[in-house]
Each structure stands twice: as structure tokens, then as C-alpha cells.
Design a protein around this ligand. Sequence first.
Ligand SMILES: Cc1cc2nc3c(=O)[nH]c(=O)nc-3n(C[C@H](O)[C@H](O)[C@H](O)COP(=O)(O)OP(=O)(O)OC[C@H]3O[C@@H](n4cnc5c(N)ncnc54)[C@H](O)[C@@H]3O)c2cc1C
Length: 364
Amino acid sequence: MGPMDEKLGVGKHMIPVLIVGAGPYGLSLANYMSAMGQEFKIIGKPMELWKEHTFSDASLRSEMATSEIAHPQNAYSIQNFRSQNGLDRGKPSDRINVREYRQYVDWVLGAIPYEIQPEYLANLSQLDDYFEAKMESGETLQAKQVVIATGVAHHLKVPAEFSSAKDVIHSYYTQEIEALQGKKVLVVGAGQSAAEAMEICRKNENQVHWYARKEPRFYSEPLDLPKWIFNLVVKSAGLFRRLPHRLIQYLFSIFSATTMTPDHKIKLADVNRFSSLPDLSAYDHVISATGYNYTLNHMNFLADELRDSLEMKAAMPRIDKNFMSSMRDLYFIGPSTEMFFGPPMKFMIGSQYVAPRLSKLLAR
Ligand SMILES: Cc1cc2nc3c(=O)[nH]c(=O)nc-3n(C[C@H](O)[C@H](O)[C@H](O)COP(=O)(O)OP(=O)(O)OC[C@H]3O[C@@H](n4cnc5c(N)ncnc54)[C@H](O)[C@@H]3O)c2cc1C
């Protein structure tokens, strides 16, 4: 092969399916593809959010059964993990803490029969009838179909009103927050991440103030819904786009409510809370526990021409009932698709809907 052939990619292996992202969504899809004997490649830092961007002392808000990495034979259930490690199996409705969840994740990553290329995609472009993926290492891959499962990392929301602060840390950077000691800290937000950030900062002897415009709401689960309604909403994800607009709005109002677990009502009772923005110059750090904003423009690893050519709905590419964007063979899954498949996509449980369906479509 000559240098010109190399430039043109002649002779390179065409990957049938490239999964970009190795979080719960990417891995669940990979498990289904692998069990079907389909060729694919998966890239991304394995379970990055769960291993590096959650507070070590926190607990998951979802139950065990809704936090598992999906597999067609349910091989990676948390109960299996527990019994193989000599632990009490517990009940599917139990909640586990982040430390144990990380051990579960390592157990899954040790058991999967395929490799994950642990790096980021730097640039994805479309060439004729295939995609070219340039990795951060400079390696180039060619793929026929691409699934974007990049989760939350590119979408951190930090309101402009904190621009005058000395230092702003988004709650995604949990390790930076865990390292703060003896500082004056303002935590912003009314959700679980704000609650956990305040708890850890206080434990590490920081002076903590809290800014939340709204009164916090306390629920034990991410969603205060009877289980049968929750399961119905997950199972009907495919019908979501056909629901009447008012019902969609109602579902979002329940699923998107910002809440914290009731234990924080007591734990945070004596924290000084402001409902309007205090003087930021008084703080060493502002912790912005202000959530995520899903926008295609944040996905800067997609080439400009590719982004410009996608049909949009609000700020995200429109996807059809098969998770495919307006560009043939380019798919999006995970939290950024909740507008199309409903609020369960914001949680790990949504992957149990996506993986079996999309794996079949990709294998066709
Ligand atoms: C603090 C916090 C707590 C949460 N708690 C819960 C909970 O208890 N239960 C629950 O169900 N949900 C919870 N969620 C929601 C959570 O986002 C989802 O459940 C789930 O992690 C989303 O999975 P994902 O695979 O889409 O994305 P992520 O878990 O975000 O994984 C994204 C993957 O994409 C990779 N990636 C990113 N960019 C690139 C790139 N350019 N190239 C290649 N790879 C890339 C990352 O390395 C990673 O492997 C929580 C979210 C947060 C932020």
C-alpha cells in the first residue's frame, strides 16, 4: 500500500458498527451485539461517569435492578455479582453505594468478552457511504454505522451568573470537590449532586453556604412514582413521541423534578441557604451543581459539516423510532434522546429498552 492509498484509507478494515461511549448505554449495546456474534468496536473511557465523576461516599438513587448493565441473558445482574463474590444477594429493589457499584463495574469489565478502546473520539466525519473516526491518539478508523453514546460529559451546564467567581467547579468534577479542605465554598443547586457536594465539603471542614432559588424537594427515589407506572413508562418508550403534548409535559414535570434524598433534610438543616445570589467574591470556590444541557453544538467531536447537515428538533438531532438521525447509519442513544423516547433515557434503565432493539437493527 502506497502513501496515497494510506491517505485515502484504501485497504483499511471497515468496522460494521462503531459504538462511541463505554457507559451503561454503550456497554449494554455492546453486550447484545457480542451475544449475537456481531462484529463491532467500542471506544470511550469504561464507565467513566461512575468510576471518576460520582462521589465515593454516595449511594445510587436507582434501585439495583434498574442500575445494571444490560445483557440478553442478564449475565451482569448485581445479584449475580454479589453471589459470585460471597455477598448477600439482596433484593432487586435494594440500593447500593457507589463504592460497591464500582466493584460491580470492575467485575463486569473483567467479564466482558470484548475489548474497549479506552480513548476519546476527536473527530467524526462522513465520507461517501461510510464514516471516518479520528481518535485523540491520531489513529483513524472507518465505520459503516456509528452509534453516539457519549452521555453527560460534553454537556455540563454552568450559568453565566457565576462568571465573576474566583473559581467555578461543576459538580461533575467530584474528585476536585472531594479534595477541597478548609475553603469557603458556595454550593449552587437544589438536586442530589448539590446535597452530596455539601455533605462532602462539610465533612472535609470547608465552610459551606448554599444557593438554591427554589425550596428543595425531598424524595427517596429519583422519581416519586409507583413502580408499575415507572415500568410502564420505560416499556412504552417507543410510543412516547405519539403521546399527546400535555401528557408529555406532565411526564417531564414529574421525571425532571429536581429532588434530594430525605436524609439531607436533617443533614443540611443548619446550612446557610440563600435564595438570591450572594456576593461571589466572598467564596474561594463556587460549586455549580446545576445539571446538564444537551445540545448538539457541545458535541465538538462531530465534524462541523456533519453537525450542520443533521435535521434538528430543538437543540438535538431529530432521531426516528430506530434511534437513527437524519443521516443514514448515524445513531444517538442515552440521556440526550429523552425528548424522543421519554424521561427513562435519563437513567440507566433506559439502556434496557435501547440495547435489545438497536442491536437487532444494526445487525441487519
Ligand atoms: C452524578 C450523577 C448521578 C447519577 N445517578 C444515577 C442513578 O443513581 N441511577 C441512574 O439510573 N442514573 C443516574 N444518573 C444518570 C446517568 O447519566 C445515566 O444513568 C447513565 O450514566 C448514562 O449512561 P450513558 O452511557 O449514556 O453515559 P455516561 O455514563 O455519561 O458514559 C458516557 C461514555 O461516553 C464516553 N465518551 C464521552 N465522550 C466521548 C468521546 N468524545 N469519544 C469517546 N467516548 C466518549 C465516556 O468516556 C463514557 O464511557 C446520574 C448522573 C449523574 C451525573
